[in-house]
Ligand binder design. Sequence first.
Ligand code: SF4
Length: 353
Amino acid sequence: MIRESYREMTDVQVAEAIEAARRTLGNDLTILGHHYQRDDVIRHTDFRGDSLELSRQAAEARDARYIVFCGVHFMAETAAILCAPEQTVVQPVLEALCPMAALANVPDTAAAWEALTALWGDDVTPITYQNSVAAVKAFVGQHGGAVCTSSNAARIFRWGLERSGHLLFLPDEHLGTNIALAMGIPPEEIGVWDYADAPDPASLAHCRVVVWKGYCYVHTTMTAEDVARARAQYPGAIVVVHPECPHEVVALADQAGSTRAIIEAVEAAPAGATIVVGTEWHLVNRLAHEHPDKRVVPLRRVGCKTMGMTSARDLLYALEAIIAGTPQNVVRVDADTAHWARVALERMLEASA
Ligand code: SF4
């Protein structure tokens, strides 16, 4: 709930009040923001990044008593898991959830795990994408697995395949499939676990990688036809997409990579180049403004509604509540879940260091 009085403030007044609050809190405060956040929020962050960068930042921000996390809930949970007990993590809008993360829960994960370990014994390692709820991360940590992000997924897949002959990857079918294919695993050795209609485990016996049937509704709206249309409209353009896109889109792109890789691809393109970017619109729009010497256009203009839920007024409310000594929207993860999720996250941070 933002204060009614904030609605009467102009955007400039809100921005000035946020900066005043940041000065008041000084080193007690770190504001982290994901690249998909709105511009009126991201301009006030101490650090902006993708999931991996923000995880590292949350783990290293030991001086700050308060970490205000502008992103979706699994990211703020990760910060709460990795920070010290005396630190407080605040998410300005707690209702900002990742719909993909919500597609995997512990009972469904346990059912899949039971079926796959019946098939392969302990010759299988669970890996969960950072975009998953803390309880699923904890399940994975407790069963010998690790978290990964889109930046380090290939490295963590290799880590998993050095430990066992098989992987269970949650919750994004498309990221898991794209990474496995890029590693040279043939399509027939990649199976799909449909949590809503569980397959006969015997039908997966020949697979090395089983991917959860989850998806990001932003990236799966992008199609092969979009790539063809963009190439016709912008001859010579560089097409860069996120690996949460379906494989047929990734296969037609010039490059696929994490938000960090997408930013670097735009930075590396020569002046005058056209770069067609297949990812969340707020980031594409920001890149277009930050690189006026290049033409940066979205493959399809799709914003993530929950990433866009946090406004500058929500951020101001969060900061003023901290100053008043009554932090709101504090993110807490119970000790047992936090312990095992931290195990899975630390395996990722070690393997990707
Ligand atoms: S863009 Fe996709 S993966 Fe990211 S928070 Fe939104 S729904 Fe989740």
